[in-house]
Design a protein around this ligand. Structure first.
Ligand code: M6R
Length: 615
């Protein structure tokens, strides 16, 4: 939520910051703003709406150029998305500018105190108090980094702050608590951003900031301290993807590109995880095999699409390891006093590695003595840093708000973890594990084949653009796939969409069926649990008899469903547990095309942001 960029160096800082904001717009797009230090003062521009509005404003009323600037793209929390509430926020003298991601929980009290001391607020945001407080502290210490440390010690909540002061024109200061902030290190220049995508075009050398740290950027040096001013250990790393990975590469939308990248993402996530003898070697899983053998329960915590990956993982974990597995929405987890102990393995799944609900859930689990394994796509992000172990998915940067390739790679990572647990605990023989890994390796080609046959799905989606509702049904691992199909349609097409376990139909949802209602049904393989297949064929007949328009996703060669399908979408035959890897793809394409047909913003759906860093 919210994208932040800061720059100091020899380039025109405003250009660097605007280019960075463009790359971060997926994080929030309610408003955008910039501040440049130039001619001994501070010049700002900010506009409600997308970055484009700010760019138009800057074209009409250009700002002076200078070597130091900050910028922000907002996902509104406190205060409506208006020009006044857009960041940066300034102190009353217009000497300090600050941008912020997160929520300052004690802002109301701080604002009242500031008002009592004569400060006037120009916005409804929680952020503005920081600008006023920084100005007060700076007036006595004349050091922006020190002022930031003093202010941070008074703030409660989650925040990333980046600030500049007109009296220190070659300095950008950042602070971090529970919200992401990375430093880019260049030659004679430095960057600050919520995500490396903002500066990857200029440098691939980055520094992770830890919790409760303040960083001071100058052209010739970077200083990191904790909030008390003690020097902090700095961990640098190399960013292993390049600028082209963060570009659309000829596609109309990032989502289309990311859907197309899935075969590679799946293959990359499997790479290097099996040794010459066929055993799984998950080197990053730094929980000892003896500890893993002792585990008597697995609990998966995640949100949204990652939660659906967790629901699918449960089937594999329980089937392959015989360890009971619970899957819980991270946002609910710690509030119900879950039963956790050192023999519980908690798996936190997150593409961004910054989702606050998931972060809070894993912190709670660790406080109770449980070990946490993160499945994550973002190197150096908070969730893997705070976990005992991590398995990285190698999906590459996912920019579209709707998660696609991250989901498929999360599934692959979950299967790997399940097999690894089976290997360590001896519930799966080596040859059985190798057989599944061979099937997993084939899934990359299977996804490719699905992608090659999507034209009828796109045509179908366009023909349904004026429908108010679409329902999704599935059984077994097809049930979470149905939930995922419905989520994609809600967030992209803004249509009413519900996913149901097909067996639940007769317990209520069948009342929704009426003439011409599109119902997507994910059919399990007839070669797996034939009883499940037969039951879902009956479900399809039941809804069709009541007028539903049936859209059936079934594996090649499954002829039993054909007579009851108004539209038949074929997917390659896979083992039952791996079917979600191929069955989800048509649903992603379906939602993307429906959103396009309805004229929606595919990459940036309304009200959403890619990275949800507030609870
Ligand atoms: O970054 P995370 O995987 O933790 O994000 C979790 C959800 O916010 C995310 O999957 C969300 O549901 C997607 N927009 C769905 O497409």
């Amino acid at each position: 939520m919210c994208g932040i960029v800061g720059y100091v160096g020899m380039r025109p800082a405003l250009d660097v910051v605007l280019a960075g904001l463009k790359r971060l717009e997926y994080r929030g797009y309610d408003s955008a703003g910039v501040a440049v230090l130039a001619d001994g003062g501070l010049a700002t521009a900010k506009k409600a709406g997308k970055l484009l509005n700010l760019e138009k404003e800057l074209a009409e009323r250009p700002l002076p150029t200078g070597p130091t600037a900050i910028g922000h793209t907002r996902w509104a929390t406190h205060g409506a998305p208006t020009d006044a509430n857009a960041h940066p926020h300034l102190d009353n003298a217009g000497r300090v500018a600050v941008v912020h991601n997160g929520i300052i929980e004690n802002f109301a009290r701080l604002r009242a105190e500031l008002a009592a001391r004569g400060h006037e607020s120009a916005s409804e945001t929680d952020t503005e108090v920081v600008a006023h407080l920084l100005a007060e502290e700076f007036s006595s210490c004349a050091d922006l980094a020190e002022a930031m440390r003093l202010v941070c010690r008074r703030l409660e909540g989650a925040f990333t702050l980046v600030a500049v002061h007109a009296d220190e024109p070659d300095v950008v200061v950042g602070a971090r608590r529970n919200s992401p902030l990375v430093v880019g290190v260049g030659a004679g220049e430095a960057f600050l951003a919520s995500d490396v995508a903002a500066f990857i075009a200029h440098t691939r050398s980055a520094i992770e900031l830890g919790q409760d740290q303040v960083v001071e950027l100058r052209r010739d040096g970077i200083t990191v301290t904790d909030f008390a001013g003690r020097p902090a250990d700095v961990r640098g790393y190399h960013i292993d993807w390049d600028a082209s990975a963060a570009e659309k590469g000829g596609y109309d939308y990032f989502m289309l590109k990311e859907i197309a990248e899935q075969p590679k993402a799946v293959a990359d996530t499997l790479l290097g995880r099996v040794d010459a003898s066929g055993s799984l070697t998950l080197d990053e899983v730094r929980i000892s095999t003896s500890e893993l053998r002792e585990m008597d329960k697995v609990v998966i915590v995640a949100c949204g699409t990652a939660f659906h990956a967790g629901l699918i993982a449960k089937y594999a974990i329980e089937h392959w390891t015989r360890i009971p597995c619970e899957v819980e929405l991270a946002s609910e987890f710690r509030y119900r006093d879950p039963i956790l102990d050192p023999r519980t393995l908690v798996i936190a799944i997150s593409q961004s590695g910054e989702t606050m609900d998931t972060l809070m859930a894993l912190r709670h689990a660790r406080e109770q003595g449980s070990k946490v394994l993160a499945i994550c796509n973002t190197n150096g992000s908070t969730i893997p840093r705070e976990s005992d172990a991590v398995l990285y998915t190698h999906a590459g940067p996912e920019v579209a708000v709707a998660s696609t390739k991250a989901f498929l790679t999360q599934l692959v990572a979950c299967y790997l973890v399940a097999l690894y647990l089976g290997q360590v605990r001896g519930t799966k023989w080596g040859d059985e594990i190798q057989a599944v890994v061979r099937e997993l390796s084939r899934s990359s080609q299977d996804v490719e084949r699905v992608l090659d046959t999507m034209e009828p799905v796109r045509n179908l989606a366009r023909s349904l653009a004026d429908k108010p509702t679409v329902l999704f049904l599935g059984r077994h691992v097809g049930y979470p796939v149905a939930l995922e199909g419905a989520l994609k349609l809600k967030e992209l097409a803004y249509m009413h969409a519900e996913g149901f376990a097909a067996g639940e139909l007769k317990h209520g949802p069948i009342a929704l069926i009426e003439k011409d209602l599109p119902v997507v049904v994910v059919v399990p393989s007839p070669r797996g649990r034939s009883v499940l297949h037969d039951k879902i064929v009956s479900n399809i007949q039941e809804i069709r008899a009541r007028g539903a328009r049936t859209i059936v996703i079934a594996e090649e060669g499954d002829e039993a469903v054909a007579p009851y399908a108004d539209h038949l979408i074929r997917i390659p035959a896979t083992p039952t547990l791996l079917q979600p890897l191929v069955a989800t793809v048509p649903l992603q394409v379906f939602a993307c095309e429906l959103a396009t047909a309805r004229g929606n913003e595919v990459d940036q759906p309304r009200n959403l942001a890619k990275s949800v860093t507030v609870e």
